[in-house]
Ligand binder design. Structure first.
Ligand code: SAM
Length: 255
C-alpha cells in the first residue's frame, strides 16, 4: 500500500527508483496504447474520462487544455461533452500525438481540437488563458509535479477548474481484486500483447510509486491551487482530483 513515507509529497519519480516516464518511452507503446487501455480496463477507462470532463463543469464554448494528452482520448471526450468548445492537447511524445492527430482528423474535429508537442512543466500559453484543464493518467509521469501544478494554476482563468484523473493503489477488501489486476494482470498482459514489457512494468511501478490521494491533494494545495473535490473510483483504483486556482478564488467570488 502506498503511503507518505515511501513516496513523500512532491518526491520526483526518479527519486523513488522508478525511471522512465518521458515522452520517448511512450513512443514505444503508442501504436497499441488505445487497444491495451480498452482490454486492460474492460472499457471502464472511457467512463472515467467522461467523469473527468464533467467535473470541470465548463460552459459551452469553453477553451480547454488537456495535458499529457497522449493519443487524445481525453481531448476527444472534452470535444464530445462540452458543446462548441475548443481543445488544446499537449504531450511530449511525438508517437502518441501522431496517433492522436489521425483520430482527430478521422472524427472531423481538426477545427476544434489541436494537438501540440510540449511539457506540462513549461506551458507555452499565456496567463489565465484556459477555462478548464484535464489531465488523464499523466501527472504520475511528470518528474517536477509541483512545477506542473503551478503552471496549471497560472494558465487557468479565475474560478476555472482542473480535473486530474490518475490511477492509485486500490484499498480495502473490494480493492483486492483491482490491486491484483493492476499488479499482475496489467504488466503481464500489457507486456505480452504490446510487445513492450518494460513499458508496462513501468506503468505498474509508477502507479505504486505515486502519492496517496490525500498526499497528492496536499501537493495540489501547496502549488497555487485549492482542492474542490476528490472523486474516488472503483475502491480507489483511480481518483479525480478537482481544483481551482488559489489566489483568484477570492477575487472571483468577490465580483
Ligand atoms: C499513460 S499516457 C496518458 C494519455 C492520455 N491522457 C490518456 O488518458 O490515455 C501518459 C502520457 O504522459 C505523457 N507525459 C510524460 N511526461 C510528460 C510531461 N512532462 N508533460 C506532459 N505529458 C507528459 C506521455 O508522453 C504520455 O503520452
Amino acid at each position: 500500500m502506498q503511503n507518505s513515507t515511501s513516496s513523500p509529497v512532491g518526491q520526483p519519480l526518479a527519486a523513488t527508483g522508478v525511471a522512465g516516464g518521458s515522452g520517448a518511452m511512450f513512443d514505444g507503446i503508442a501504436a497499441r496504447y488505445d487497444l491495451m487501455n480498452r482490454l486492460m480496463t474492460f472499457g471502464i477507462d472511457q467512463r472515467w474520462r467522461r467523469r473527468t470532463v464533467d467535473a470541470l463543469q465548463a460552459a459551452p464554448g469553453a477553451r480547454i487544455l488537456d495535458l499529457a494528452t497522449g493519443t487524445g482520448d481525453l481531448a476527444l471526450m472534452v470535444a464530445d461533452r462540452i458543446p462548441q468548445c475548443t481543445v488544446v492537447g499537449l504531450d511530449p511524445s511525438a508517437g502518441m500525438l501522431a496517433v492522436g492527430r489521425e483520430k482527430v482528423a478521422a472524427r472531423g474535429l481538426s477545427g476544434r481540437v489541436e494537438l501540440v508537442q510540449g511539457d506540462a512543466c513549461q506551458l507555452p500559453f499565456a496567463d489565465q488563458s484556459f477555462d478548464g484543464i484535464t489531465m488523464g493518467y499523466g501527472i504520475r509521469n511528470v518528474v517536477d509535479r509541483p512545477r506542473a501544478l503551478a503552471e496549471m494554476a497560472r494558465v487557468l482563468k479565475p474560478g476555472a477548474r482542473v480535473a486530474i484523473l490518475e490511477t492509485s493503489e486500490p484499498r480495502g477488501l473490494l480493492g483486492l481484486g483491482a490491486k491484483l489486476h493492476m499488479r499482475v494482470v496489467v504488466p503481464l498482459l500489457g507486456g505480452l500483447l504490446s510487445g513492450a514489457p518494460r513499458e508496462y512494468r513501468y506503468l505498474q511501478r509508477s502507479t505504486a510509486a505515486f502519492p496517496s490521494p490525500e498526499d497528492f491533494a496536499k501537493l495540489i494545495e501547496s502549488s497555487g491551487l485549492k482542492m474542490q473535490e476528490l472523486i474516488t473510483l472503483l475502491a480507489g483504483a483511480s481518483c479525480i482530483h478537482v481544483a481551482s486556482p488559489l489566489s483568484r478564488l477570492g477575487l472571483a467570488s468577490a465580483k
